[in-house]
Write a protein that binds this ligand. Sequence first.
Ligand code: ADE
Ligand code: ZN
Length: 326
Amino acid sequence: PHDAAPHTPLPKAELHLHIEGTLEPELAFALAERNGIDLPYATPEELRSAYAFSDLQSFLDLYYRLTAVLQTEQDFADLAEAYLERAAAQGVRHAEIFFDPQAHTARGVDIGTVIRGLTSALDTSRERHGVSTGLILSFLRDLSAEDALRTLADAAPYLDRISAVGLDSAEVGHPPAKFTEVYAEAKRLGLRLVAHAGEEGPPSYITEALDLLGVERIDHGIRCLEDEALVARLVAEQIPLTVCPFSNVRLRCVDRLEEHPLPAMLAAGLLVTVNSDDPSYFGGYVEDNYRGLRTALGLTDDQLRLLARNSFKASFLDEDRRAELL
Ligand code: ADE
Ligand code: ZN
């Protein structure tokens, strides 16, 4: 019998989401006006039409340029609130949210402004939207290890609000090894550890992130499939991979959604999750990614339920909330 169930989004966790990547063109224009900033686009539609990328760097250039509109605590609060409202509508019950402090401190915006603004929205998210949250402080890997250490020190007053550190930005040429000391320090401070690896970069970066940084989760990780021994290890250790299908297509890591390796990753027994990465830029939020997989790759309801279950399993949720959601 036909019912509404197929259109009800599965309850899920989102574990790979850059808050700066949720900046919709309309909000970018509103914040630009509020802050007296001129955008080099006439309308939100014109800006949206610039969202066509040839690789990771071409996306990052626009992503960093648009952070200029984020100036005050209220701006960061508005950005996070807009995401959480959308996330709830997409079935998200828990979100572990990346932010890139160096993209803001490099422009003269204090890290406290960023964190206080974001947390003011996150603090009421559970009661307002039914979405529990975590914050992941992500280092820009194309900057130095010293810059990352300084950022970690600047975050000291706010560490009780941060659950983990991550590593993002331009991957190729910036292997995890560069951040060994930074990750040792983050671990000493009691933070959990994740890193982007194997998005554009080679499988060896995934191995380095595990062995040198000690990460518990790999962001993207799709290129692990090029190394059979690495896949066997990721399966044996059940290391979660936060895969972002729409992102991989828009950044040309994968030619078409129909050719995405996610089904092969599931078949190999990898602990795969599905996430949206930078949804404003990549054509959809997390439930849109789940639906895309069903349409383009024929994923079954059972497979989609497994992906949703994996998302809670791979999260940093405490046991009580995890048990409630699983
Ligand atoms: N920063 C925001 N999104 C990113 C991605 N997909 N890869 C690396 N750095 C990022
Ligand atoms: Zn990412």
